[in-house]
Design a protein around this ligand. Structure first.
Ligand SMILES: Nc1ncnc2c1ncn2[C@@H]1O[C@H](COP(=O)(O)OP(=O)(O)O)[C@@H](O)[C@H]1O
Ligand SMILES: [Mg+2]
Length: 270
């Protein structure tokens, strides 16, 4: 469903600093797979999702989504395939509009103009049913302004908006990080349900090692723009959050040793 072949993406910082955000990333994610992605800050996790979504065209490499080469396709052309939820509950929704209006926008995004007219009553019923499934009593508040909702309610609504058009791929970027634990748990439960019911191929970035192993069926570990670990099956089942943490610690230790070595070389110790 998702195939990245040797994807590279470099950003310029200031005038001269180059940051290699993705360094020849190769990965294949089959249909229906639910992947969690972990990595240190700045390791390229969000850039990985942005490459799939087409937020930018990559410097080199190839991206195949649902059997189609989308490497040079702009974001809006891939939008029908993808649903996204970001960390900030304010990103996905329009605060000044009602729940109904937000859902209507999500539903009609990218649709031909003639479909945008009419059908309001039948849509109201669809939205009512979909909101009811969220179990947050939002179906009773179709005309409420979204700005009045809690972070958890907004993320639930964003999740619904991201999946209401039945995309094949769902991309989640630390989407529970800004929520309190109870709301986060509720959103995760909803995600499992929606992903399961719709058989969505899902890529979820998380900072929680527990979440990374509890959810989905495969975990990818990123560091400095590269995939440095890919765990599934029995190996993953046996893993504990502390095992993942240990791997990060080993990396850090190795880097510190490398840095020390460079300094010593520079200072003429060798
Ligand atoms: N739009 C951008 N412009 C410049 N640099 C960027 C941009 N997006 C990401 N980067 C840089 O690329 C690297 C990877 O970033 P990111 O993918 O956001 O990391 P993560 O999500 O793992 O924390 C970082 O060094 C970051 O500063
Ligand atoms: Mg990020």
């Amino acid at each position: 469903m998702i195939r990245l072949e040797k994807i590279c993406k470099t950003f310029m910082h200031g005038g001269s600093d180059r940051v290699v955000a993705l360094n020849a990333v190769d990965v294949f994610i089959p249909e229906g797979e639910f992947i969690t992605v972990i990595g240190t800050n700045g390791s390229g996790k969000s850039t990985f999702l942005n490459a799939i979504a087409g937020k930018f065209i990559c410097d080199s490499g190839k991206i195949i989504l649902d059997g189609k080469d989308v490497t040079n396709q702009p974001e809006f052309k891939r939008a029908g395939l993808l649903g996204r939820v970001f960390q900030d509950p304010f990103t996905g929704t329009s605060p000044g509009m009602t729940i109904f209006e937000n859902l209507r926008i999500a539903m009609l995004r990218g649709q031909p103009r003639r479909l945008k007219l009419g059908l309001i009553e039948s849509q109201r019923n669809i939205y009512f049913d979909e909101l009811k499934k969220l179990e947050m009593r939002l179906e009773e508040r179709l005309n409420a302004t979204v700005g009045l909702l809690s972070g958890g309610q907004r993320q639930a609504l964003t999740l619904l908006m991201a999946t209401i058009r039945k995309p094949k791929i769902l991309l989640l970027d630390e989407y529970t990080a800004a929520l309190d634990p109870k709301a986060a748990e509720q959103i995760v439960r909803l995600t499992k349900k929606i992903v399961g019911e719709n058989h969505l191929t899902t890529v979820m970035i998380t900072h929680s090692m527990t979440q990374a192993l509890d959810l989905g069926n495969r975990t990818i570990m990123m560091h400095k723009g590269a995939i440095i670990g890919d765990f599934s099956g029995e190996e993953r089942k046996r893993m504990k959050p502390v095992d993942l943490l240990n791997r990060f610690n080993e990396l850090r230790k190795q880097e510190l040793m490398d840095e020390e070595l460079v300094t010593m070389l520079q200072e003429g110790y060798y």
